[in-house]
Design a protein around this ligand. Structure first.
Ligand SMILES: NC(=O)c1ccc[n+]([C@@H]2O[C@H](COP(=O)([O-])OP(=O)(O)OC[C@H]3O[C@@H](n4cnc5c(N)ncnc54)[C@H](O)[C@@H]3O)[C@@H](O)[C@H]2O)c1
Ligand SMILES: [Zn+2]
Length: 364
């Protein structure tokens, strides 16, 4: 029985190992859900960022304390720069000062930055303590909290240090999203749309039908949207937990998008904005190769997510960046394409001419 007022989305079990639960429900249920998931320590470490701490930190601390946890909170600066080994070193110091033991849970309360950082910290301190995700951005609720990837950045590149580590519990409360800035909402919608495009035609049609309500974050729409988008990520990672094959389709729009983020200069394009432009390129390329994709229908949705002004990005630089990125990790360039809406394939034979015309189309 799940605690009252909550609703289990899914029990994630893969490769015969024990699973974890993604539960949608009010954040006030967090202590009860942690106990129900087998967390029995008395100390509890919360990792969060300034923005989230300000909005939700003390309420969640109080709930946990009332339930008998002895809580300490580490607040990092918001933003990608906190995914850094020096911050991890500070987290270790803090944890040992607070007598962390193997049963002490780490609650990662925040967006993908806090989830990746807090997750990596939980995975490595004392060789691993229970990890609880409370994702507070749309990106985190439908994407980054699911699938077990944790990590930090390195001067050589993004996400180059990390590990796969399963959380004990993910508690998704869509009410937390009401305070998200509009740009973060649109960044998250890009991943939602991506999930529909690669895996679920019915969900894509649902998004099209409800698009205005989605953009307005209407209460009757958001929980269903988050649940359906999260479920798609679960379905993909459950079949390919360690990224041997299928999981690659989650990179739809990302090969183009990552190059754009780099060439535009990090921060000038949001990740979701770059991915939206990348999906425009990938959908165009798919159609050029004969896929049955209605570029206009898709373009109509994408135009609400792409940035209003696109920074200058020379096509040749983008091409070079896409190729170089893969060479560095010893891989050929894989581009995820659509066979039709709801079904993706990975192509490794895409030519520079094809890439060039897809980029031209996306950035026009
Ligand atoms: N592990 C994975 O599989 C995976 C997948 C996708 C992305 N990621 C990572 O996720 C990160 C991006 O995550 P993100 O988009 O959530 O960004 P983020 O964590 O930086 O959050 C975006 C901004 O929203 C603020 N915020 C968070 N929750 C809020 C709320 N409820 N109300 C108001 N403001 C709030 C944050 O303080 C921050 O300023 C990247 O580092 C990326 O590499 C990881
Ligand atoms: Zn992404």
């Amino acid at each position: 029985m799940s605690p009252e007022g909550t609703h289990k989305i899914v029990e994630v079990t893969a490769s015969g190992r024990s699973g974890y639960q993604i539960v949608s429900g009010a954040r006030t249920r967090l202590p009860a859900l942690m106990r129900a998931a087998g967390v029995d320590g008395s100390a509890c470490l919360i990792v969060t960022d300034d923005n989230v701490a300000e909005l939700y930190g003390s309420a969640i601390e109080n709930d946990l304390e009332e339930a008998g946890f002895d809580v300490s909170t580490f607040v990092v600066r918001p933003g990608e720069a906190s995914k850094d080994l020096e911050v991890v070193a500070n987290l270790y110091r803090w944890a040992f000062a607070n007598q962390v033991d193997r049963a002490t849970p780490v609650v990662a309360l925040g967006g993908g930055v806090v989830g990746d950082l807090g997750g990596f910290f939980a995975a490595t301190v004392l060789r691993g303590v229970p990890l609880v995700h409370v994702p507070t951005t749309l990106v985190a609720q439908v994407d980054s909290s699911i699938g077990g990837k944790t990590g930090v950045n390195h001067v050589s590149g993004k996400n180059l240090i990390g590990s796969f580590y399963r959380p004990t519990l993910i508690l998704t409360d869509t009410e937390l999203l009401s305070t998200l800035p509009d740009r973060e909402w649109r960044n998250g919608l890009s991943e939602v749309l991506k999930h529909a495009l690669i895996r679920d035609l019915a969900f894509f049609d649902w998004l099209r039908t409800n698009w205005d309500s989605v953009l307005r974050r209407e209460e009757h729409i958001v929980p269903e949207m988050v649940e359906r988008a999260a479920q798609i990520k679960v379905d993909v990672v459950i079949h390919d937990e360690l990224e041997g094959g299928l999981r690659r389709i989650l990179n739809f729009g990302h090969t183009f998008g990552h190059a754009m983020e780099r060439i535009a200069g990090y921060g000038s394009l949001g990740h979701g904005e770059a991915v939206a432009l990348g999906m425009r390129a990938a959908a165009f390329l798919s159609a050029e190769r004969g896929a049955d994709v209605d570029i206009d229908a898709l373009g109509h949705l994408l135009q609400d997510i792409v940035p209003t002004s696109i920074p200058p990005m020379p096509i040749d630089w983008l091409l070079q960046s896409m190729r170089r990125d893969k060479k560095r990790v010893g891989e050929v360039l894989h581009v995820v394409l659509l066979e039709e809406i709801g079904s993706a394939v990975v192509a490794s034979d895409v030519t520079d001419d094809e890439l060039r015309s897809a980029l031209q189309h996306a950035l026009a």
